[in-house]
Ligand binder design. Sequence first.
Ligand SMILES: *Cc1c(COP(=O)(O)O)cnc(C)c1O
Length: 353
Amino acid sequence: MPRPILARINPNALESNLQLARRACSARLMAVIKANGYGHGLLRVAEALAGADGFALLDIADAITLREAGYRQTILLLEGFFSGQDLPLMAEYDLAGVIHSAQQIAMLDAYPGRATLDVWFKVNSGMNRLGFAPQQVAGAMDQLRRHRAVRDITLMTHFANADEARGIAGPLALFNDVASPYRVARSLGNSAALLRYPEAHGDWARPGIMLYGASPFPEVSAQQLGLKPVMTLGSRIIATQELRAGDEVGYGALFRAEHSMRIGIVACGYADGYPRHAPNGTPVLVDGQRTRTLGRVSMDMLYVDLGALPQAGVGSPVVLWGEGMPIEEVARAAGTVSYELMCALTARVPVGY
Ligand SMILES: *Cc1c(COP(=O)(O)O)cnc(C)c1O
């Protein structure tokens, strides 16, 4: 028998979340599948999201894998190219690339080939991560519009606070202002902007997290939004212990029993991607019932409170997150976001579809 941990991926939920994005937004949908499809598996995710109008990711090798698997949609490299050597491959496989820096324009200038590329010109609207500052846009756009290596241009930006109370009004106005001279397609929003700001739908929306069934908003649950969880990380209890008052649990003795109680040991630890910093009390499902983690998560195991679950024992199923145990709740308890939990799933965890 293999170790009982398993990440189950529900492709129907991916399709259903894509349909929800379609109903919420009339723009074309660029499904963001970076980081191995947010940890769900590149090709499996692409298959379930084959109805998307495009795919966005980072690695040129992954993009080529998609083309070779037969996907004909727009494929966008979100950080563009890193060297002039990427350009012939991008042309050969018809991969679009974000252009966010003068250095990339210089690489295009030096490109000796004849093939042309589609580029997504990134405007820095205030996040200060990638993109041309507003005052650089006109000059750089001039260069690209008459560039022999450039075919089509899409204007894009990315908002720092689409999921927060601060919203996008300032950055949106700034983007619209610098974009106004150009009659080209526009792409502005992630999942949060797609769901909350119709004025930022543009021609292409770029949903990521919502497709995987998690809410982009701290204060709204995925269920309230109608999103279905795609990944369910499950395992089983492999041992139990009877504690007496004063007994301690795990490395660093972070939990100490106040009275006698029973605990379960679950085959899941930080080497599987469960966050080590999840504190005592992080919610978890055992035998379909909510309980809490205890003590410090170790590499291969963690502890759960069986005090209120007399029927649970060795072999009882455990859901760390997913169906019945919203990933956002686990993330919040652990001081992180669902994105990080999904992406942190490690290679040793078998994935079932
Ligand atoms: C990751 C990413 C997205 C998707 O964001 P979500 O919050 O997951 O919807 C969209 N655009 C860019 C540029 C990204 O890097």
